[in-house]
Design a binder for this molecule. Sequence first.
Ligand SMILES: Nc1ncnc2c1ncn2[C@@H]1O[C@H](COP(=O)(O)OP(=O)(O)O)[C@@H](O)[C@H]1O
Ligand SMILES: [Mg+2]
Length: 371
Amino acid sequence: MLSTDVQAKEEHPEHRLKQSDEIFRLLVDSVKDYAIFLLDPDGNVATWNQGAERIKGYAANEIIGQHFSRFYPKEARESHWPERELEFATKEGRFVDEGLRVRKDGSSFWAYVVITPLRDQNGVLRGFSKVTRDLTERRMLEERTRQLNRELRGRVTELLESQRLVELRTLELQKLSGELLRVQDEERRRMARTLHDELGQELVALKLELDSATGSEFKGNRNLIQATELASSALQKVRNMSYLLHPPLLDESGLLPALHWYFEGLQSRGQLRITFEYRPILFPRLPREIETAIFRVIQESLTNIYRHAETQDARIELIQETDFVTLRVRDFGRGIPDLKFGTGIAPGVGISGMKERVKQLNGELRISRAE
Ligand SMILES: Nc1ncnc2c1ncn2[C@@H]1O[C@H](COP(=O)(O)OP(=O)(O)O)[C@@H](O)[C@H]1O
Ligand SMILES: [Mg+2]
């Protein structure tokens, strides 16, 4: 019967309440991550837990009885912000805030604070509970994340900006090289005309003078005969130079006649044997800059074959399709060194000039080595 007695005593409601009160106090006291404490209705600290000591730096006996406003920065204290928080909490039943708080050593930290008014059964205000969490680390992480994001956005903007600049410069450069090619063609045209029309005409006049002198009293004069021959050959050279600089047929009669004239010249001098095929048979006139570009590309390709290919045989195909022209130049010589792998010679101005010309007309230049 004794045991029953003891049990009955232990289960006494008041005793149980006291016991759970005790456990609850232990719980609150042992929490380390939150400062949990009570304020009296005037805001003086009434209890203190381990978390509060850890976060704020005061031992219980140092702070109990002190006004809680000492946890706030000076400006907040002066504007009576702590008292306002209590008023809010009293009125609203709860007050939540994030802000700077001050530790015992004067250092500050970023706190998340919840204040709850505590009332007895009759509704009389008995004090406040205050739970504070130190968010300094989280805030620092957030701030760091924000900063990294800002930096990233900055970098992306910079990158986009420089990309735009490169595109702009590339465009400018392309425009410039197009302009250069046009100026070069124009200059060649001008020089060809000057050679032909001025120097050529003067040589023609000289030759006429010499011819008429040969028919007169100086007939049979060896020096005169030699002078006439020199004048003829100079005239021929000037004409050739002029035509190579810019074949007059190119402007007047178009690409095909100019090419025929050019190939004949090369073949008659025994420089190259050229097979030329083109379609359609009635080859149309093309815009001037396209005709010039095709002529110059063929000229440079044949010059390269003559200089580098170690063969005399070249084959040219020119095909006009609906909205593009295909030109193929092939030789049967030693083959171009592999430019891609850097084993051969770097492309000179000839090849890059051809590339640029073709690119200016939205075309593409491909160089390959037939195995
Ligand atoms: N048909 C070809 N056969 C063999 N090698 C060639 C041929 N065309 C060009 N090459 C090579 O490519 C190089 C670059 O040609 P190019 O840009 O026209 O410059 P360049 O003719 O002034 O050397 C040449 O030096 C030559 O080594
Ligand atoms: Mg060349």
